[in-house]
Design a protein around this ligand. Structure first.
Ligand SMILES: [Zn+2]
Length: 73
């Protein structure tokens, strides 16, 4: 049971990471930079620069790929 919970809640996202999301922003881009991590995540669109606040759960569910320092993690 404990192991199960652990697996579900831990997604390794750090500030500065580039997230490729399943959903695209209205501007057509789906790559976002993580600005702040907390209860809510603050991410900015790499194309239009808009800042979006999303609950952690939503961010984790929507991630397709995480890129850190040019490498996929
Ligand atoms: Zn955008």
């Amino acid at each position: 049971m404990i192991n199960y919970i652990f697996e579900v809640i831990v997604t390794d996202i750090r500030e500065g990471d580039k997230l490729t999301m399943k959903k695209t922003h209205p501007c057509g881009n789906n790559i976002f930079t993580v600005l702040r991590i907390g209860m809510d995540f603050r991410i900015s669109c790499d194309k239009c620069g808009r800042i979006i606040m999303l609950p952690r759960k939503k961010v984790e569910k929507g991630i397709k790929k995480i890129v850190r320092n040019g490498e996929t993690v």
